[in-house]
Design a binder for this molecule. Structure first.
Ligand SMILES: [Zn+2]
Length: 251
């Protein structure tokens, strides 16, 4: 694998960010897109709050640009509220996810696995592939697989396998969460300038009240956004790794 230079990254980001809905530039030009102007973007995450914290700004930008945005949750975060049973926590975190989606302009979809006990096997591969096939996405954002949380590893590999089985029919981008603590060894290929929508991203993350976002995770993402912004030459950015293979749109 050749090393991408800093200059390459900045060139890529500059081209992407000039497009308004930043990651859309290459995808929008592809002839197979159902509607060249309206893309379907599916952001997948293991738990309510993952996609919002890693890619919430990009989701808001797509929604604002008139594209359809879906937030696909592998679990409902059932194990994520100390002292609360799975059913009650799942209901609470589903309500928080719905609130976050309203803020970002996304529609929530739930795959049906259980937080802390996610599985990667034949049945689960098929389940995620079916869920993605129903949505017919142009672009999928998912978690980076080199991550300390097993559920994050699970959604990453389930989505990757679906992408292979669906003939690489959508552009696949990975996002980072709590980089250094959860996501590791993440070297971006693309950046999205989120300055104009960062306050909505913050509100969407703060909607996950049960996760103590004000103290526990949003400040870290604010630092990441500033750092990625510095890398990309803007104030605040989200960073992505784009899979370099896609079966359509090849030049
Ligand atoms: Zn998570």
């Amino acid at each position: 694998m050749s090393e991408m230079t800093r200059r390459d990254v900045l060139c890529a980001s500059a081209a992407i960010m000039a497009a308004g809905a930043p990651l859309a530039a290459a995808e929008a030009a592809e002839p197979q897109t159902k509607d060249a102007k309206r893309l379907k973007v599916v952001a997948t995450g293991a738990h309510p709050d993952d996609a919002e914290s890693g890619a919430g700004g990009t989701m808001a930008l797509y929604a604002d640009a008139g594209h359809e945005v879906v937030s696909m949750y592998l679990t409902r975060g059932e194990a994520g509220v100390p002292g609360m049973g799975h059913d009650e926590a799942g209901r609470l975190r589903t309500a928080e996810a719905e609130a976050a989606c309203r803020i970002l302009g996304a529609r929530a979809v739930y795959v049906g696995q259980v937080d802390g006990a996610t599985e990667v096997n034949g049945k689960r591969y098929d389940e995620v592939r079916r869920a993605l096939s129903e949505e017919k996405p142009d672009i999928v954002l998912t978690q980076w697989p080199i991550d300390t949380h097993r559920d994050h590893q699970a959604i990453a590999i389930l989505v990757y396998d679906a992408w292979l089985r669906m003939d690489k029919s959508f552009a696949l981008y990975y996002y980072e969460v709590e980089s250094g603590v959860q996501s590791q060894h993440f070297w971006p290929t693309h950046y999205v300038d989120i300055e104009t929508v960062e306050s909505r991203k913050e509100q969407a993350c703060l909607a996950h009240k049960s996760q103590n976002p004000v103290t526990d995770f949003y400040p870290m993402h604010q630092r990441m956004q500033r750092f990625r912004g510095e890398e990309a030459g803007v104030k605040l950015a989200e960073a992505f790794v784009r899979h370099n293979q896609v079966s359509r749109g090849l030049l």
